[in-house]
Each structure stands twice: as C-alpha cells, then as structure tokens.
Design a protein around this ligand. Structure first.
Ligand code: IVH
Length: 665
C-alpha cells in the first residue's frame, strides 16, 4: 500500500515537471533541460505507470508518445458548426468588410469598432473539448457539421494541453500545422515518390494516421485562435486570446488589436515581408471583430461568419526564360522533365531550375523551349512554372520532345496504364537507377554512410565495381585506393563506415532497400508486424494490407519487390554480409510453435524458398536437418518429394503438406 502511495506521489511530481518543461520548450522557447534529460523524465514516468497501471491518467504526458491504433475514426457532431472564412486578395475588399461591420454596429448604437488582426496559419483546423479541465475530445472539421474523433492523435501534439485550469465545458479551436524545419525533416524520411508538396498536406496526412505513435513522430504544432463556452460571454476576442495563453495554449503571439483601417493595412503590409522569417507558413491575415457580443447579431452566410474575413497574400511570381529541358531518371526509373531557367530572383532566392513533373504537364502548359514563362512560389514550396506568356513567344521556339529512349542507358521507355509518367524499364542495369539506389541506401535516414557521396557512387557504377547495394560490402581497400580523389585514408574510412553500417537496425535496412512507397514510417510498421525479413518476404498482399497505415498500393509494391529474382539475390548478399535482417526485439513477437522439433524439408514448396522456410522454423525454436533419421520429428513434403518422403513414411515420421506447415506457423 505504501508503495503505491509513494508511486502516486512520484508520478504526480514527474507529470508536473514534464508538463512544465514541455511548456518551457515549446511555448516559451526557453528550454531548461537537454532532450536526453527530458526523455529520461518521461521514461521514468512510463516505467512507473507500467508498474502501477492504476496510476495512469488520461492527462498523463506519457500519452503523448502515442501507441493507440485506431481502425476507423468515429464520426462526431460539432457543438456549433465549424465555419470557414471568406477569402479575399484585395485590400479594397478588406476596407469594404471593415466599413460594412462599422455601419452595422452604428445601427446598434456602437461607435467605432476594434478588429483583432491575426496571422492565417496554413494547416488543418481542429476542435478541442475540455470538460472540467480535461481534454476529452479532439476532432477534425470534416464537413463543418460532423468531423472525425482523432483524440488519440491530437494528444501526441506537445502544444495541445492535456489539462487546463478551467471549470465546465469549453471548446478551443485552432490550427494544427508543421514548422518548416519539421516538414523538411519528414519529407527527407519519405521515398521521393511520396513526398508531401507542402506542410499543410503533410499535416492533413498525419492527422489521419491510424497509429498514434507514428503521429507523435511527425512533430506537429498547434495554435489556438478561438475560445467558446466561457461564462462571461461578453469577453472580447482579444482578451480570449490572452486567456488562451494563460491556460497554456500557444497563440503564435503575433495578433494585434487594430483601432482603425490604417492599423489593419499596416499589419497586412508588415507581415507580407516578415512572414518569410517565421518558422512556419502563413498565407494571409485573419481579421475578427473584437466585440464577441455582436458576433451572433452579425450572423453568418452558409459558409462563413460576417464578423471575420481572411486576406490572402498573392503568390510571389517572376518572369523568366525557359532555356532547355533535361530529362532526369529517378531511382525507380521514372523520367522527370526538368526546366532549366534563366536565373531569376524570387521571394528571396535565385531560381534556375524547376520540375515540370511529367509530359502531361508540358502539354497542359503548352510550353516550348525559349518561351517566356511565369514562375510562382506559393508559401515555401519549390517554385513551379505556372504559365507561358504566349503573346511574347519568340520566333526561335522549339518543341520539347519526349525521348523515346532512356537518356542514361538507351533502353526504350515505357508507360504504365493509368500513370502519367514514362519510365525506364531497365531496372537492373540502368546506371542512373543503380546510382539512385546506392545514394538512397547511403542517405542519412537509411544506412547513413557519409563517405559514400555522389562522386564516388558515379565512379563505382561507371567502372562496374558496384552494381547493387550488396556489392558495397565486398569492396576492399586496395580497390578503392586507386579511384580518383580517394587515396588510402578515404578508402579505409569508407570500408570502416560500411562495416559499421552492418549494425544498423532492421527497420532502417528495410527503408534503405528503396522499395517503392516504403518510407521510414512504413518501414517501422513493417518491422513491427514482420520482425524478420524471412517473414516479410513471404507475406501475402492481403495480409500486408492489414498492417496499420499500409494500403493496397503499398502492399502490392512490397510483394512485387520481393517476387523479383534480383531482390532475392540481393537479400542473399546482404545476409552473407551480416546485415540486420531481424528486428532487435523480434524474439518475443514470434511464437515458439516449433520448440524442440526437428524438421526436414523435401521437394519444392510453392510459397517459400528452402531458406525462408528454414528461417521460419528456426525463429520458432525448431531445428532444420538435411537427412532423415528415426528421430526426425516432422517432414514437410512439397512437390516432387522423392526418396526422403519414402524413407519418412517407412520410419513412421509425421509428414505434413505445405498447407499444414503454414497452419503450424
Ligand atoms: S478563425 C469561424 N483564425 O482558415 C472562423 N481561422 O479559411 C473560424 N485559419 O478553417 C476560423 N488561421 O483552418 C481562424 N487565425 C485564424 C486562422 C484560421 C488559419 C484557417 C482555419 C479555417 C480557415 C478558414
């Protein structure tokens, strides 16, 4: 009994400390602890709660690491509709809005009016419900009337308070978003073909994930901009924002009370430049009538309230010339046309290249070489060509011709039905694809082999010393020493780095293989569901699709990958090289159904190679033998099983078919 009392006290103390440091780090930006020290506190709490499960509370910061798997989100009704805002790009319309509200208030006998100017955060709107201080529900906007209950996912966001000091029911609305830095880091961990175009898309994707532990890793942030349900309904909006801060929310802290139209236009002008220096994206300014008492009187149209408006900054544009188009071959063979532009300054940086995505896009734009083009940067996203100044088309324009052959290996290009991109089908020998796979394998989130850079990869592939990532582990110092810009020291460093990479985790290796659509997060899910490569290589498509956040397209891609003989060959090389083909915590997840059993395989199996089948037995505690004896416990007989089967029957050893063997697994 004293134990639990003592533990309860300690847990309360830890929670208090953790939330205090959370606030210092995320909201005040004045951290007092290092990341390691903070993690240590959290770890202590998690251990304590595991030891005494009764101590776990819904507002415990341990909830922030996630772990809940949600198969389907419940639909929930909003207490009042979640409206959106009417948008404008024109300052004249902002003035109209201001004057309209002023006139309506004058009719009510109110003289002058104050507007709160806020930044328009570019993320995803959510609603939070607190009951007697406890966060009880977090929901998406949905269609405005009904949204999805994503409480488990929301709880992982460090700037969403799990507990506030406020009685009764209150609703807080705000925006979940990703800071630019966190967004870039996330994209780096994803396969090129699945990168998000902007932080907003990445946020929307993350909120819909089924595995909240993965949501926790996405590093999302929250700002509050709306508070409803407080007792004193006349509290103005500005004061409500202050109150939100006192309750522990972040508001972004850039809102301003404007007394007249001049104040509003100054605010808009100031942030039109200053917004580039913010750590997150804003696409405009929101203006809200400070006097909340009049919100209901002003009412709303079907979609948006009449007491607020959003001013959006126009996208930044520049004019330049298309000098040439080059065709790049990706790691997965896709051919991407890239525009080479006359260098031009746009929103603070010089732009000289921009992707044209695919041939459909070239046709849509009707673009030709030497054309005058308009390029645009919306938010922080990579610039893109948005249109051609056709009226000024010079006489020497030339059409952009799609090559019929791969610019790297000359293989005839192909196109998959229903896809817009052409690709080089010469997967195994196209040098561009080989180089791409090697660079991906060596990249930071994969095997992190720093000394294997682009120049070296180019050389290794050109002289055919390395044809796949397995060949890397056969490299010897003397071979490397004689390469350009290498020398003895660099050769030794590379061999050592490769050696060290053998110890990289199984999930990293899964990611490093570069399977289409398998990023770090998917690799992590796969490693959990299939703790060894032997198991993963025989997983069926339907089975894979039941893993959280793995859909049918990804499942198909994984099966296709392992079905290729070249992949099987590569995996053998990696196995021989001693890489981690089993999750480090794999043992407890696999059953021990073959404990103490001696198994012999004869004939060929449909769904497993001999090596895979053996691995499955060994993982489950069994032993695999090559020749039959009276002591053999089990014979698995495949097609064309020969003399061993006869012998087994003679000795009276138990014989099973492949299907029965699967059942035993
Ligand atoms: S107030 C009824 N304030 O913009 C008004 N919205 O186009 C509720 N947004 O759905 C919204 N920053 O996702 C408000 N400071 C801000 C905002 C903001 C971004 C988003 C929000 C909303 C959309 C409306």
């Amino acid at each position: 009994m004293t134990d639990i009392i003592h533990a309860a006290e300690r847990a309360a103390q830890l929670r208090h400390e953790i939330e205090r440091h959370n606030h210092l780090y995320y909201i005040e930006a004045k951290p007092e602890l290092s990341d390691v020290e903070f993690d240590r506190l959290l770890e202590q709490l998690i251990v304590l709660e595991r030891q005494f499960p009764d101590l776990l509370t819904p507002d415990s910061p341990s909830q922030r690491v996630g772990g809940t798997i949600t198969k389907e989100f419940q639909s929930v009704s909003h207490r009042e509709p979640m409206l959106s805002l009417s948008n404008t790009y024109s300052l004249a319309e902002v003035a109209e809005f201001y004057n309209r509200v002023k006139k309506l208030l004058a009719l009510e006998g109110v003289d002058g009016q104050e507007m709160v100017a806020e930044l328009k955060f570019d993320g995803v709107a959510i609603s939070l419900l607190y009951r007697d201080g406890l966060l009880v529900r977090g929901a998406t906007r949905g269609d405005g009337v009904q949204g999805d209950d994503i409480t488990a996912n929301i709880k992982t966001i460090p700037t969403v308070p799990l507990k506030i000091d406020f009685p009764g029911d209150v609703e807080v609305r705000g925006e979940v978003f990703m800071r630019k830095e966190d967004f870039e880091q996330l994209n780096e961990s994803r396969p090129e073909e699945d990168r998000f175009a902007n932080p907003r898309n990445a946020t929307a994707g993350a909120l819909k994930l089924q595995d909240s532990a993965e949501v926790a890793r996405r590093n999302m942030s929250f700002v509050a901009y709306y508070l409803k349900g407080i007792r004193d309904e006349s509290t103005p909006h500005f004061r409500r924002l202050k109150l939100l801060e006192e309750l522990g929310f972040s508001t972004g802290n850039h809102y301003l009370l404007c007394h007249d139209l001049q104040g509003i236009s100054d605010y808009i002008a100031y942030w039109s430049e200053e917004r580039w220096n913010l750590p997150y994206e804003t696409d405009g300014v929101v203006l809200k009538l400070d006097a909340v008492t009049f919100w209901d009187k002003l009412g709303a149209t079907a979609k948006s309230p009449r007491w607020a408006i959003a001013y959006k900054y126009p996208a930044q544009q520049a004019r330049t010339v298309l000098n040439a188009v080059v065709f790049q071959v990706g790691r997965l063979g896709s051919i991407t046309p890239v525009a080479e532009l006359e260098p031009v300054l746009l929103a603070g940086s010089t732009v000289s290249r921009s992707t044209l995505h695919n041939f459909d896009e070239i046709e849509r734009l009707g673009i030709m070489i030497h054309d005058r083009v308009i390029i645009e940067k919306s938010g922080e996203v990579i610039p893109k060509v948005i249109s051609v100044v056709v009226e000024e088309r010079p006489l020497d324009v030339q059409p952009i011709v799609l090559p019929l052959n791969c610019p790297e290996c000359a293989a005839p290009l192909a196109k998959l039905e229903g896809e817009v991109s052409y690709y080089c089908p010469n997967e195994e020998a196209c040098p561009a694809q080989i180089r791409g796979r090697l660079l991906h394998f060596a990249s930071r989130n994969a095997m992190d082999i720093k000394s294997l850079g682009k120049a070296l990869v180019d050389q290794l592939v050109t002289i055919k010393l390395v044809m796949d990532v397995g060949d890397l582990y056969l490299l010897q110092e003397p071979q490397l020493e004689n390469l350009e810009r290498m020398g003895r020291k660099s050769a030794r460093n590379l061999v050592r780095a490769l050696d060290e990479s053998r110890a990289k985790s199984y999930e990293r290796l899964l990611y490093a293989l570069g399977i289409r659509h398998v990023g770090l997060a998917t690799a992590r899910e796969l490693a959990q569901a299939y703790p060894s490569l032997a198991l993963l290589t025989v997983a069926r498509e339907e089975e894979l699709a039941t893993v959280p956040d793995i859909g049918s397209v990804v499942a198909r891609s994984i099966c296709d990958y392992f079905a290729r003989p070249s992949s099987q060959h590569l995996l053998e090389k990696l196995r021989d090289a001693g890489l981690q083909l089993i999750a480090s915590d794999a043992t407890p997840q696999v059953n021990r159904n073959f404990e103490g059993l001696t198994v012999l395989f004869t004939g060929s199996l449909d769904r497993y190679t001999r090596q895979q089948a053996s691995a499955l037995v060994v993982e489950r505690g069994g032993r695999v033998v090559e020749s039959i004896s009276k002591k053999s416990g089990l014979v698995v007989a495949g097609h064309e099983a020969g003399s061993k089967l006869d012998k087994a029957l003679k000795f009276g050893v138990r014989v099973v078919s492949e299907a029965e063997f699967e059942g035993m697994l």
